[in-house]
Design a protein around this ligand. Sequence first.
Ligand code: ADP
Length: 489
Amino acid sequence: MPTFRAPQWSVRGRILAAILAVTAFSMAGAGFTAHLVQRDRVLQQIDDRLMSRVESVRLVVSGVQATDVTDTAPEAPALSPHATTRDALEAVFSRVLPERNESSLGVIDGKAALVSAVDVDVHLEDDPALVARIVDEVSDGSVRLGTSVGPLGKLRYIATPVTVEGDPQQGIYITALDLDAELQDSNSASVTYAVVATGGLVLVGLVGWLVAGRLLRPLRDLREAASRISATDLTERIPVHGRDDLSGLTSTVNTMLDRIDGAVTAQRQLLNDVRHELKTPITIVHGQLEVADPEDPSDVRQAIAIAIDELDRMSALVDEIEALADSQQSRLGRVPVDIADFTDQVFAKASTDSGHDWNLAESASVVAAIDPSRITQAWLQLADNAAKYSPPGSPISVGSRVVDDSPTEQGLVEFWVADQGPGIPKVMEGRIFERFGRVEASRGIRGSGLGLPIVAAIAKAHGGRVTLSSSPVGSRFGIEIPLVQEVGE
Ligand code: ADP
């Protein structure tokens, strides 16, 4: 069944989208708020200007200051020095001059009668419907403030009734401001802001894209390298740039690759070694069975005996490989152990071999944190080797001691075995600690070559090492373990 896959967004794209969304939202919010505040202030200023016109008109008409000028203010008293309403309106027109974006109209008995001598942009008399509406609005004698949208555009106006006592004519002084023209400055400021903000947004996008790309580069390198690296080629490492946490991740992955590489190489090596070691017994068994005469019972018996012997060797080899893997991988069960008692126990086990003259030379009076079963296994392996490779009946010494002259502050405890065997040639001293490393193919003595690597692995797991001093008259092997468990082990 085909599955729906959502479109894949890169991390870089998502980071950028989030940054741009937040920035755009903030910029738009700030711009819109500033625009509204500015527009509100301009509208307030327009109303203030129109209100001041009412006062001016009243002063001219009557010399009495109007104090109650609102949308629905009752008519102010008119004690006019002028003879007629027309005279009063003319006086207003001559004294109150329209300013920028302002126009005025004098209405007498509902008809447009006087216009300003100054050139104005908007001629209110051109919109009779507006004039009629205003005349209607102020018919109750109140000052009217209003807004109109019509052929003359969007206007904010104020109409002041003008009457002179004794003259029946009803006059109105209308003054209007072109709202669009008045708001133009604030609108163009907002447009400029929008252009600058858009430019800023593009800049944020560009910088964000570059910075996100640069910061996420280690992740891209990591992904590409991970897709190239396979089980057959674990040698590639990812270049580390910078010192931030992503670069730290790259270093960690490189270290992990080192470990995997090491483990895979070690496994491959082990397989090669095992294949090589198993070849000999398999060839021997195969050859024996092939040449054995099935009719000859003694021949068959001999072939079976050899086959069983070789199979025993193979089985011992498999057991030792398992023991080696165990000592390299499994965790230690460290407990505080009284080394003097422990030495007695191991010596008792080792000296059961009656073919040698066993001797407990010394015993350390100390308590150490060790895995007793592992150390017993390693120590007995050394004792077993000493018994195997030294002449029958020769003395073998076993002992444990605290090494005071150790370079480490905490001191060491050493478990040692010394024999009077043939010793180990200098050139082979390193080799015998490697897997299947044996002197002169075992000098005729059976063994797998895995005993000492197991001892070395156990010592290493305890944070210690195996020491060897050898001469043609004997060898001394020691397992040195730090007395105090190191932090992190
Ligand atoms: P194995 O004993 O199965 O051969 P080991 O790893 O225990 O494997 O020992 C490796 C080799 O080191 C032995 O084959 C032997 O040649 C040499 N060796 C170990 N212990 C002694 C010893 N005490 N004296 C002389 N040679 C030794």
